[in-house]
Design a protein around this ligand. Structure first.
Ligand SMILES: Nc1c(NC[C@H](O)[C@H](O)[C@H](O)CO)[nH]c(=O)[nH]c1=O
Ligand SMILES: CC(=O)[C@@H](O)COP(=O)(O)O
Length: 162
């Protein structure tokens, strides 16, 4: 199922663990800041709405999506975070650069979560157009930031349960 027809902002609150004891990092790309700022707003609100204390939400900006994984690694290495949500927006330009940024960011985010055995959530929008990015960062398809914050909370809770 594509994003079309899915509301990225929807979640069943009854399935969300209480976030009171969780510390969550939000690493955000400066590139396409209007888009990533929307993702950040959604993610932060979702965490707060489900019990995560504001002082336990650690927000850090990195230059671009290619740096998201290293930003997450800094948090895993130096802070007692339970999980990190990586938020970025890559929009196709004239060249193949889009492919390399997306690939590098994707592999990096996956690998850092596996390395630290903690959730590093893939909040990267990889869009053909700015409108597609707008639609997925609080527009007609909802907010990928909300989806990713909820995914992070669920994975943190799962790790504690196992
Ligand atoms: N074109 C986009 C970029 N490019 C920058 C890279 O992410 C990286 O910061 C640079 O190559 C230096 O290492 N980043 C995005 O997040 N979105 C883009 O559309
Ligand atoms: C994803 C990118 O890096 C891209 O926006 C850069 O644009 P271009 O491919 O036209 O150089």
């Amino acid at each position: 199922m594509a994003t079309e027809g899915k509301d990225l902002s929807y979640y069943d609150k009854s399935t969300i663990p209480n976030g009171k004891g969780m510390t969550i990092g939000l690493v955000v790309s400066e590139w396409n800041e209007k888009i990533t700022g929307g993702l950040l707003s959604g993610a932060k609100k979702a965490l707060l709405d489900n019990g995560v204390l504001e002082e336990n939400i650690l927000i850090h900006w990195v230059p671009g999506s290619f740096e998201l994984a290293l930003g997450a690694q800094y948090l895993f290495e130096d802070k007692m975070v339970d999980g990190v949500v990586c938020l970025g927006s890559v929009i196709q330009g004239e060249t193949k650069h889009f492919d390399f940024v997306c690939h590098g960011a994707t592999q990096g985010i996956m690998n850092v979560g596996l390395k630290y055995n903690k959730p590093a959530i893939f909040g990267l929008l990889t869009d053909n157009t700015m409108q597609q990015a707008i639609d997925r960062s609080g527009g007609k398809h909802g907010n990928k930031g909300i989806e990713c914050a909820i995914a992070c909370m669920k994975m943190v809770a799962l790790k504690k349960k196992i």
